[in-house]
Write a protein that binds this ligand. Sequence first.
Ligand code: SAH
Length: 210
Amino acid sequence: MYKPHKGQQLAQWLRGSGINNEEVLDTIAKTPREMFISEVLQHKAYENNALPIGQGQTISQPLTVAKMTQQLCSHGTIKKVLEIGTGSGYQTAILAQLFEEIYSVERIKSLQFQAKRKLNQLNMHNVKMKHGDGWEGWNSKAPFDAIIVTAAAKNVPAALVQQLNKDGLLVLPVGSDEQKLIVVKKSGQQVNTLEIGTARFVPLVAGALA
Ligand code: SAH
């Protein structure tokens, strides 16, 4: 069962860990993270950890979710967001409360299906999901104001940079064991890359869908 004070405690901890965007903190405080993990792990739902969600995948750490989301929130007007790696749907739920239109791509059908059910239970209907390969983005819905990738890519996927609008923002982990959290900012013809920290994500898989 959702215990609001737990969400508030987590937000308070995130504030102490350097997250200062109030919108992001409020959204994390009111999002029932335990809904996105299995019952046996729910007592750990409001700790800062990545937890298994099946199929060898994990729900992201709240601090990482907050850091990446904060990048989007401090970028100016963002309405339309593409997420790569739906996973449990937790990051998707955070985005759905902050931005108008969310598109989310996942390569494992069973995870996508579960995530969709959770978002429906939470009455979040501004999310469209696709079973597909995140390396390719979602071309028919482009351009996006922002793209967030929650699996680690070996390099910045070219399709994603292409699918950003002219002043769009891409946030993603790059690397294998040692990963860097990267922000790619488009500004007209220019593309600037900035490193904002380190991360530990499962890989952005290349190859057949599951
Ligand atoms: N934000 C999610 C993170 C899940 S882990 C959460 O907090 O729950 C990363 C997810 O990316 C996994 O579900 C994995 O299946 C997915 N993924 C990995 N490679 C992918 C690819 N090429 N295309 C789409 N999804 C991919």
